[in-house]
Write a protein that binds this ligand. Structure first.
Ligand code: DP6
Length: 338
């Protein structure tokens, strides 16, 4: 048996990925920028085992079938191809945060899976290769491989579509205060949403303008310019949700509390507080602020109607193996046969 365990953090997109150039490979229509979330993590153990007759997926203690299982099994197939391996695997994965509610659990999930599965299969992949592999499972997962503030260069094909760090996790002590308005699984997955993006008459304009927003966002991060960051991330989030609202059929992820939080953030900024919102494919709202303001923002959020819980996180590190890798655990050539 060959086993490896990895930990990865989800990321919050500051410039969003929405829509694909090549859907099967998750080659995005536009580049994106994100921040890893240190406090949230996915812990994934992968064991390739001769005794298994098929791949097994256990997610948060529950044995999974259907769509989730197929997605993971397809991904393991890609790892087997790369490694010249034919053993099935058991995947055990745990998240310390609610799944599928706008906190991309697929990002940390496939980043941790890419690292653990490739190690257990005996592959030695560098960061760009791991990022590409993670992307093939879920687009935004490629941004959970590198550390800190990360940019995904869109590319045009598998080879040139991967992510890299633009600033380390300790470059800027921002905090993401995540206002949960709903802990249920979202009704429409982002995979379905990406396919609808091209039906919106606004998507083309959003995509064409993305290099400009990427430049502003990257510069704001490098210069630690909060006002510049606030303006560009709110514009980018609004643009993505405008595309969602104008797709056929329309995608409405917001709930009434989502809009109340947006309006509150506008008021707080008018008061002079450095705080900005961004929203992924769900109703929850991510509020970015300098760490010194965390307590004040959290207590203000807790007083808003409809906010059930607030999670907080500083910028996070890269996907890592859970313990020093023991080479005796790698797949020996003799085990490479099912
Ligand atoms: C709104 O990476 O979850 O969070 O590739 O189909 O798994 P798949 O989609 P996913 O899409 C993320 C969409 C987003 C924006 C972002 O994270 O950039």
């Amino acid at each position: 048996m060959a086993t490896a365990t990895a930990i990865a953090h989800p990321n919050i997109a500051l410039i969003k990925y929405w829509g694909d150039l090549i859907p099967e490979l998750h080659i995005p229509a536009n580049g994106s920028i994100s921040m890893n979330l240190e406090a949230l993590c996915t812990h994934t153990k992968v064991s390739f085992d001769q005794a298994l007759q098929h791949d097994d997926l256990v997610l948060n203690g529950k044995s999974m079938q259907g769509e989730a299982h197929n997605r993971v099994s397809n991904f393991l197939g890609r790892v087997r191809n790369l490694a010249g391996l034919s053993l099935f695997a058991r995947v055990e994965s745990e998240n310390n945060f609610p799944m599928a509610a706008g906190i991309a659990s697929s990002a940390s999930g496939f980043a941790a899976l890419a690292l653990a599965a490739s190690k257990a299969a005996g592959l030695e992949l560098d960061e760009a290769e791991l990022s590409r592999l993670a992307r093939s499972g879920s687009g935004s997962a490629c941004r959970s491989i590198p550390s800190g503030f990360v940019e995904w260069q869109a590319g045009h094909e598998d080879h040139d579509s991967h992510a890299h760090t633009i600033a380390s996790a300790n470059h800027w002590d921002l905090v993401d205060c995540i206002a949960l308005v709903d802990r249920e699984e979202k009704p429409i997955s982002s995979s379905v949403g990406h396919a609808l993006a091209r039906t919106s008459p606004l998507q083309h304009a959003r995509v064409v303008d993305t290099p400009r927003r990427l430049d502003i966002c990257r510069t704001a991060i490098l210069e630690r310019d909060f006002n510049k960051l606030a303006q560009v991330i709110e514009l980018d989030s609004n643009l993505m949700h405008a595309v969602m609202l104008t797709s056929t059929p329309p995608l409405i992820y917001w709930q009434p509390a989502t809009l109340s939080i947006i309006l509150a953030v506008q008021d707080w900024r008018e008061e002079g507080l450095p705080v900005a919102y961004t929203i992924d494919a769900g109703p929850n709202v991510h509020l970015l602020c300098p760490a010194a303001l965390q307590e004040q923002i959290v207590s203000r959020l807790q007083n808003l109607p409809g906010v059930r819980q607030v999670l907080t996180s500083h910028p996070g590190g890269p996907a890592v193996l859970d313990k020093p890798y023991a080479s005796s655990e790698s797949v020996s050539p003799a085990q490479n046969q099912a």
